[in-house]
Design a protein around this ligand. Sequence first.
Ligand SMILES: NC(=O)C1=CN([C@@H]2O[C@H](COP(=O)(O)OP(=O)(O)OC[C@H]3O[C@@H](n4cnc5c(N)ncnc54)[C@H](O)[C@@H]3O)[C@@H](O)[C@H]2O)C=CC1
Ligand SMILES: O=C([O-])C1=[NH+]CCC1
Length: 315
Amino acid sequence: MSDPPVVIWEDEVRELLTYSALVPRLEEALGHFSRRDSAEVIQPVRTTVALQKHRGFLGLMPTYMENLGVLSTKFVCFYNREAGSTLPATQATVVLLDPEYGNVKAVIDGEVITRMRTAAVSAISAKLLMRPEAEVLAILGTGIQALSHYNVFTEMFSFKEVRVWSRSKERAERFRDLVRGPVTLCVSAEEAVRGADAIVTVTRSTEPVLFGRWVKPGAHVAAVGACRPDWRELDDVLMKEAVVYADSREGAMAESGDVILSGAEMFAELGDVINGTKAAHREKTTVFKSLGMGVEDAVSAKLVFDQWKAKHSQP
Ligand SMILES: NC(=O)C1=CN([C@@H]2O[C@H](COP(=O)(O)OP(=O)(O)OC[C@H]3O[C@@H](n4cnc5c(N)ncnc54)[C@H](O)[C@@H]3O)[C@@H](O)[C@H]2O)C=CC1
Ligand SMILES: O=C([O-])C1=[NH+]CCC1
């Protein structure tokens, strides 16, 4: 009989995960994924089950990374809640298994992993695609992902100004009170993004909130919400004018309303840029369409588990 799984919950994951450890592992994982070497990485497009009554979806995200010895799956529920709902937009758990025996080694809270790995991958997109002289960051949305994006973007880059827009003045003010640095609260999305060098969209909107006519030529956009084929955050003008990158080509073609409904051409995966097989068009307006991938959760969960073992094996 194998040992029972360990349970590593939110507070402990928060203590064990840092962006400085996560970012290089995610970069490596994105590169491995884009090589499409099935002897190294198997990660099918997420399976989703509609939870119609609750306006949500269950996403199943199994991943096997043979060379790393990681077998995992994330269960993530995400919702298109009614305006004003205080229930969470996403809930997630990552299960780590032993690839040789098939037993569950750890059940790990997926909330912190999801918020940190998503923000870290957006920051990697900015590292690769944003102009080095970027001064102004705009964040549309003030929820959980907005906070993690603020944290990692201000940790990795030196912006002169971070602008934030929310539909609700109270939520924007709460965001300002929660973060550790300065923010400029904007009364409209247009005001936030005009002249910005980097733009992050982290809303639950199903209609465009960011329009190409507002975006400064050469800006970089990390588009994180709108993870269903009929949901949008960006308009057709932006999708067609920008050079579009995604985490996974297949994922974007199956799940991204911004890609599917605009008919925009997808230029490359982020992993292709990391592998040097596709160019980073920093001089052009770029969009990174993030859907979220199992490999990101797998390497994050392995990092948490390894740190947890190191901590608990200390005399
Ligand atoms: N790409 C990825 O890997 C991931 C994507 N997501 C997606 O990111 C988005 C944000 O997630 P969380 O921050 O966890 O959600 P949240 O509920 O904490 O925050 C959502 C934000 O969107 C705003 N919002 C809601 N409806 C809006 C509308 N119609 N127009 C403008 N703003 C609107 C809310 O006021 C709030 O500021 C969601 O769509 C979620 O599904 C979440 C996790 C991973
Ligand atoms: O990758 C992920 O965890 C998610 N993508 C969209 C909602 C949750």
